[in-house]
Design a protein. Structure first.
Length: 106
């Protein structure tokens, strides 16, 4: 299961796109979904995620590379159908054939 940092409160949670059990925030829209992937173990090692979580919990804002965020946002928008409210649509026939975009090593 994917582990991620909540974009809103900084708590660790299961799933990049799931609602946070601590604050209820759930990313929606291609850009927010891309940000959520960027702060998940799909892209970053768990120890770094825990560091990011602690910094976010102390009030530090996110600082995403504009170029990387734009690339991820475009890939999410192209690969993931969204519902009208911006959440990933249920997939017919199972998971997509392509994995989510990967961040370059940090």
């Amino acid at each position: 299961m994917t582990v991620a940092v909540c974009l809103n409160c900084g708590q660790m949670k299961s799933g990049a796109w799931t609602a946070c059990p601590s604050c209820g925030y759930q990313p929606c829209g291609a850009e927010e979904l891309a940000k959520a992937l960027l702060v998940s173990d799909n892209c970053i090692a768990r120890d770094k995620l825990e560091e990011f979580a602690a910094r976010r919990q102390q009030g530090e804002p996110w600082n995403f590379s504009p170029e990387l965020l734009e690339r991820f946002t475009q890939q999410v928008a192209a690969m993931i159908p969204l519902t009208p409210d911006g959440h990933p649509a249920p997939m017919e026939g199972g998971a997509p054939e392509q994995p989510p975009p990967q961040a370059p090593p940090t």
